[in-house]
Design a protein around this ligand. Structure first.
Ligand code: HEM
Length: 490
């Protein structure tokens, strides 16, 4: 075994960090002393080694990799990392469950978070998406309630299906996401075989200032596979970290996980008449109307050397966008652009962008952000600490031509977006999913998956849930009703 010369954190030599210094006492026995710095530092640092876990998406696996352009889309976006076949960009990937805490089981039925940070020459670009294409709510103010209803009951401290269904029966725009969640894809059998969706509508802006709306999609090259409820429950007991282990082992044996990246593109003229689904993340854009355009491939090739430093301290945010990709009027996207950096300042400190996993690989010059706890850089030395100065950095001069574009917002798409009203349109795509995408075994499985969660739910709420799914298709209501009656007879 190699020998190490240990030191204190400030470099002073330490003889043996596994033995504290004691002084013999006159009456026998010994005393530790306040002069034993290594003992004090060891205990004090241990007391401070936990940081807040993410308020959602706390349990995850992560890895490093590379993105390579396979189809040039420079006519659609000026973003340099998407231009030029063969162009390679380093990435950091993190795949999470949503509701469980940091120590919870991997193989639960839950929406998976799908985060990718592209370290580009124009700064970091993040896609912070999910493994299903739609989300539960379209008004950001409902996000905290949504998540609390999926987490622990305030009194029993246990997850609670009554709370879960009560939220959704009263917020029926989530019906589309629920159809996905309780379908086979609700429990992936491997991180390597999940889809990833940017979910929101973004804009891609080309060098000539033209823009198109777009959605991002990742599809795994190793196929899409899942666990049944029974397999997943068994695995959660046998190996709560199964997905973490599977990803790690695959990378270690060089069976490298990969995903193809695609975009769907909508011209602004089409958007004018497209209606609410343009910016409503409870809806998809049908592939037949907006086919997938291949962009490139992401391959994971390196496990983290230290999970805490590289994955726990990673900070992904939809606000990290490079020139050539832009936000849209989607209120959920805009709220998220605030929420993530805010959460990261709380979780990691105000200088979290200086941490190794978040540091841009291009030159950074942001002297308007200085000082603060944990400053790790030279902090811009003596540069003036105000902008528009005539002493040091001078007047801002950079022209970023391609971020300026004129968007004629399709008014019918955003008006009324946040209203609580749920109408027939909200049930159309769930109906398509049930009738055209699910096959009969999947429909039966879906009914069984939902039924199990309804078992302890009060009758009135159960009826409300069955009524909600009956609006997707009356047959769902009949099947759920029959299951409920069967189980109450047992
Ligand atoms: C994590 C808020 C909607 C995907 C988080 C975190 C917050 C948050 C505070 C923890 C961030 C951190 O500590 O680093 C919100 C709010 C939303 C919203 C306020 C709506 C208004 C969504 C949607 C998606 C999503 C629509 C998917 C399209 C994720 C993912 C993570 C995450 C993947 C984990 C990021 C990581 O890997 O570190 N969210 N979220 N969230 N959220 Fe959201």
């Amino acid at each position: 075994m190699p020998n190490h010369n240990f030191t204190l954190a400030e470099g002073q030599p330490v003889a043996d960090p596994s033995v504290s210094t004691t002084l013999p006492t006159i009456g026998g026995g010994s005393l530790t002393t306040l002069g034993d710095t290594i003992l004090l530092e060891t205990l004090a640092h241990f007391n401070r080694e936990r940081i807040p876990e993410r308020v959602v998406h706390a349990k995850a696996a992560g890895a490093w990799g590379e993105f390579e352009v396979t189809n040039d889309i420079s006519s659609l976006t000026s973003a340099k990392f998407l231009n030029g076949v063969g162009k390679k960009t380093p990435v950091l990937f993190r795949l999470s469950t949503t509701g469980g805490e940091k120590g919870s089981a991997d193989t639960v039925r839950d929406v998976r978070g799908f985060s990718v940070k592209f370290f580009t020459e124009e700064g970091n670009h993040d896609i912070v998406g999910n493994h299903i294409p739609v989300f539960f709510v379209r008004d950001p103010i409902r996000f905290p309630s949504l998540n609390r209803s999926h987490k622990r009951h305030p009194a029993t401290n246990r997850p609670d299906w009554t709370m879960f269904w009560d939220f959704h029966a009263n917020q029926q725009e989530s019906v589309h996401a629920l159809m996905h969640l309780f379908g086979t894809r609700g429990i992936p059998d491997s991180i390597r075989r999940v889809t990833g969706f940017g979910v929101h509508t973004f804009k891609m802006v080309s060098a000539d200032g033209r823009f198109r709306y777009c959605k991002f999609h990742f599809r795994p090259t190793q196929g899409i596979t899942h666990f049944t409820e029974q397999q997943a429950t068994r695995m959660a007991g046998a190996n709560a970290d199964f997905h973490n282990q599977d990803l790690w082992d695959a990378i270690a044996r060089e069976d490298l996980p990969a995903w193809k990246l695609y975009v769907q593109v909508m011209e602004p003229e089409q958007a004018e008449t497209y209606g609410r689904a343009l910016f409503d993340i409870t809806k998809v854009w049908p592939h037949k109307d907006f086919p997938l355009i291949e962009v490139g491939q992401m391959t994971l090739n390196k496990n983290p050397e230290n999970y805490f430093a590289e994955i726990e301290q990673a900070a992904f945010s939809p606000s990290n966008m490079v020139p050539g990709i832009a936000m849209t009027p989607d209120p959920m996207l805009q709220a998220r652009m605030f929420a993530y950096p805010d959460a990261q300042r709380y979780r990691l400190g105000v200088n979290y962008t200086q941490l190794p996993s978040n540091r841009a690989i291009c030159p950074v010059f942001a002297p308007f952000e200085r000082d603060g706890m944990g400053t790790m850089t030279r902090n811009y030395g003596g540069e003036p600490n105000y902008v528009r100065n005539s002493l040091g950095t001078g007047i801002p001069s950079q022209v970023i031509s391609d971020v300026r574009h004129t968007e004629r917002i399709a008014h019918n798409a955003i008006l009324g977006q946040n209203e609580v009203v749920v109408d027939d349109e909200d049930f159309l795509q769930p109906r398509e999913l049930w009738n055209r995408v699910f096959d009969e075994p999947e429909r039966r499985q879906w009914v069984s998956n939902v039924s199990e969660t309804l078992e302890g739910v009060p009758d009135q709420l159960k009826d409300a849930v069955i009524a909600m799914f009956s609006k997707v298709d009356p047959r769902i209501g009949q099947l759920l009703d029959a299951k409920a009656k069967n189980s109450s007879r047992l």
